[in-house]
Design a protein around this ligand. Structure first.
Ligand SMILES: [Zn+2]
Length: 360
């Protein structure tokens, strides 16, 4: 069922109000409190969308014929991946359109992908874009602003060339430091400085951010929002959809050696919907053995049918069928961890998030 224009317009007005109301009382919350409230809110409340769409966001780096390094993709593989996207009838969309969708302001095509590139290698312009042009796809370049013009990197003239061709230019911060490993002032400087540096060089605005190493916590998210970003990308797993927080949009990292079978499955799979995640996404934990609970919201998913892992290590869990709740106590390492949940049914479903453990 699809709401008519009036309802969509109403949702567009009400959704931001609902988020504000979600922050609680009239006193000004601290940055951390506000960040956690917003994250929890977006996990549990549908984002007032105009439709129930999903979008697979792909994360690439450099491209080179016959590439061998993990993050360099052989141009011939990229070419096959683009051909499949095209054959399956997907359109390419840009971050601003996804941001508008997640805020109930516009729709997405029935089948869409978003093609992004991190770190600003020159091959975006010289190798990736020409292949994308054959299908009329546009992409997004996330720049490390201090690296622009460096060896093997895009120059500002080349960045402007991408923008003129309809690409969006986003920030991947100024220095590419781990945003969860630096103090707040430094993090703000990285986020604000890189946005200003890009906007001084391009025509448009820099509204999209890709967190370096896909790392975030509630404070980093809050700093990104305060810096004026409208959408921010992680490298969490699974597609984004109407339930996704615009400041935590997952991206599928494409690495050298991913088969076409794997790539095809990414296009088709759905988000695994969890509710009442506790501790909430973005909250740092003070132990390396936290107990994590969540409710499995997808009715097609048997609660005991999940595969859970922490950075590739299997995690066992208890399933409470009646309440559709899962409970686990993964062994975390100090610092960043990725908790990943898969359902290998039909459709396949996947979700993951970052948990920062500060045991000291
Ligand atoms: Zn990067």
């Amino acid at each position: 069922m699809r709401p008519n224009g009036h309802i969509a317009a109403l949702l567009a007005v009400l959704f931001p109000l609902a988020l504000l109301a979600g922050c609680g009382d009239a006193t000004e919350p601290t940055a951390d409190e506000a960040g956690e409230a917003a994250l929890t809110e977006a996990e549990s409340v549908p984002a007032g969308p105009v439709s129930e769409r999903k979008v697979l966001v792909l994360c690439y780096h450099a491209m080179e014929p016959g590439a061998e390094a993990t993050y360099d993709i052989p141009t011939e593989d990229f070419s096959q991946q683009l051909a499949l996207i095209h054959e399956e009838g997907y359109e390419s969309v840009l971050p601003s359109r996804i941001a508008g969708y997640l805020r109930g302001q516009n729709d997405l095509p029935e089948k869409s992908v978003c093609i992004t590139f991190d770190d600003g290698p020159e091959s975006i312009l010289t190798r990736s874009k020409p292949l994308m042009d054959e299908y009329g796809f546009t992409g997004t370049a996330f720049l490390i602003t201090d690296a622009v013009g460096g060896e093997g990197k895009l120059t500002w003239d080349q960045v402007r060339e991408l923008e003129a061709a309809g690409w969006e230019i986003g920030s991947h911060t100024a220095c590419h430091e781990k945003p969860t490993g630096i103090d707040a002032a430094r993090c703000v400087e990285e986020l604000e400085g890189s946005k200003a540096a890009i906007e001084a060089e391009i025509e448009g605005e820099c509204l999209a951010l890709a967190y370096p190493y896909g790392l975030y916590d509630a404070s980093v998210v809050e700093h990104a929002r305060d810096a004026g970003y409208e959408i921010a990308f992680t490298i969490d797993r699974g597609p984004a959809d109407w339930t996704t927080d615009p400041m935590l949009v997952p991206r599928q990292m494409v690495v050298n050696g991913n088969s076409m079978n794997t790539f095809g499955r990414w296009l088709k799979q759905e988000k695994l919907h969890l509710e009442k995640i506790d501790p909430p996404v973005g909250e740092r934990v003070t132990t390396t053995e936290p107990t994590i609970t969540a409710v499995v919201a997808d009715e097609d998913v048997p609660v005991d049918g999940l595969e859970i892992s922490r950075d590739g290590n299997p995690v066992s869990y208890e399933a409470d069928e009646e309440n559709r709740t899962i409970t686990m106590t993964p062994e975390l390492r100090e610092g960043a961890n990725n908790l990943r949940l898969n359902y290998y049914g039909d459709p396949r479903r996947e979700v993951s998030w970052v948990i920062i453990a500060d045991p000291s």
